[in-house]
Design a protein around this ligand. Structure first.
Ligand code: S3P
Length: 440
């Protein structure tokens, strides 16, 4: 694993920090543009490795893509729902779960063979959760370990609508089914136990799909065509969360993060930080391309309170839990995260990895089957235990969480896994080093 050094901050952060574009919305804008009719213009696409995997796969499927000014603007020329060509080669999704799961849904309805693979982390992640509902719809999908792991092979199938009760809360699974449903005979109904992020519902509706939603039920039917759109991608709250956390734990800080996505299915981190006593103000609220955005203003609290996070809140902050663990480790008292077993199936087993990370930082932590109990240091700096090794992982969000913790450590930290950060946040190291030099 590559490493980079982060030194403790001996001054508050008083800064405006711009974070990159939202990963989930970036993937979807490229995929939906590719199956629409006409020219979809995407402003502020996230040009990270994960989204570039999606973009490259659309090109391998015969879609014309043009990139302007270093990804400031990207145009995708869609020729309709049935315009893909059979890819000549294997489609490589890299580290990206969103790419492999959404595209599996889409390709299960095509009239040709395709093979999807990814890196070591992706090859270990569960794919049965998409294979199962798509197979019920009539898709012909095969994979390693009894069709539960990638590489995935898809051959032509004739799809029909189903009613499907999701056993896990997963927007990737929901979106894969919705994409397949565009091609199926009859309507598809999806029932979620806990509501997951709703970008597919919002964006497909904007592209012209007819979707009805009531509470946690979605009904989507087949479509003849979708219409190209212009999309402005907002800043990613999952990336903003690292600097919201820094502002919460470095005393005296005032951090402004502009134009952040504050969709209620994604903004659980704001609710929880507020509960812990952090002042988070939202200004300049508006809607951009069907998604709510706001500028965030974070002020360090005089006392950071422990809290419990569970149940339907978990899907609303699922990607923010590693960095939330770092904030909890600075709070006064015991914090608890439960009902979060899904963390075990992310880019790494994030429960296990964070337990090791927190122990290495000198924090008392207890591993639960579905979460963690964390005894906060009440503002005392983290002290590295030289006897514990950093966990080996393929996980961008763990590497960034360690880097933020390092700002509040007694000594400089060699942050492991820097090569993974570019899957979602290519400018992260640059921002961290700027913060270390001076008040920016
Ligand atoms: C995503 C959904 C979530 C999230 C991932 C992005 C999406 O995964 O963790 O980073 O874009 O739909 P699950 O669907 O597995 O919960």
């Amino acid at each position: 694993m590559k490493q980079f050094i982060v030194s403790p901050l001996n001054h508050p952060i008083k800064a405006t920090i711009s974070v990159p574009a939202d990963k989930s919305i970036s993937h979807r804008s490229v995929i939906f543009g590719a199956i629409s009719n006409g020219r979809t213009e995407i402003k502020n696409l996230l040009a990270s490795e994960d989204c570039l995997s999606t973009l490259k796969i659309m090109q391998q499927l015969g879609v014309e893509v043009n990139v302007f000014n270093n990804y400031e603007s990207v145009t995708v020329y869609g020729k309709g729902l049935r315009s893909f060509v059979e890819p000549k080669n294997i489609l490589n999704c890299g580290n990206s779960g969103t790419t492999i799961r959404l595209i599996t849904g889409l390709l299960s309805a095509q009239n040709f063979l395709s093979v999807l693979t990814g890196d070591d982390s992706l090859l270990n992640r569960p794919m049965g959760r998409v294979v199962e509902p798509l197979t019920l719809m009539g898709a012909k999908i095969f994979g390693r370990e009894h069709n539960t792991k990638a590489p995935i092979v898809i051959t032509p199938g004739v799809l029909h609508g189903i009613t499907y009760e999701m056993s896990v809360s997963s927007a990737q699974v929901k979106s894969a089914i919705m994409l397949a449903a565009l091609y199926a005979k009859g309507e598809t109904k999806i029932v979620e136990k806990e509501k997951s992020r709703d970008h597919t519902e919002r964006m497909l509706t904007a592209f012209g799909a007819k979707i009805t939603q009531e509470k946690n039920e979605i009904v989507i039917g087949p479509e003849q065509s979708l219409e190209a759109q212009s999309i402005q991608v907002p800043s990613d709250i999952s990336s903003a969360a690292f600097f919201m956390a820094a502002g919460s734990i470095i005393p005296g800080s005032e951090v402004i993060i502009p134009k952040v996505l504050v969709n209620p299915t994604r903004s659980g981190i704001i609710t929880v930080l507020k509960k812990m006593g952090v002042k988070v103000e939202l200004t300049n609220k508006k809607d951009v391309s069907g998604e709510p955005i706001a500028d965030l203003f974070i002020t360090t609290p005089s006392e950071l309170l422990a809290t419990e996070v569970k149940g339907s809140t978990i899907p609303l902050l699922i990607d923010e839990i590693p960095i939330l663990c770092i904030v909890m480790a600075q709070a006064k008292g015991k914090s608890v995260i439960k009902d979060a077993k899904e963390l075990r199936f992310k880019e790494s087993d994030r429960i296990k990895t964070m337990v090791t990370v927190l122990k290495k930082l000198g924090v008392e932590v207890n591993e639960l089957e579905d979460g963690l109990e964390i005894n906060g240091l009440n503002g005392e700096p983290f002290k590295i235990d030289p006897d514990i090794e950093w966990p080996k992982h393929f996980d961008h969000r763990i590497a960034m969480s360690v880097a933020i913790a390092a700002l509040k450590c007694t000594e400089p930290v060699n942050v492991p896994g820097s090569e993974w950060i570019s899957t979602s946040f290519p400018s992260f190291e640059k921002i961290i080093s700027k913060l270390q030099v001076a008040v920016v």
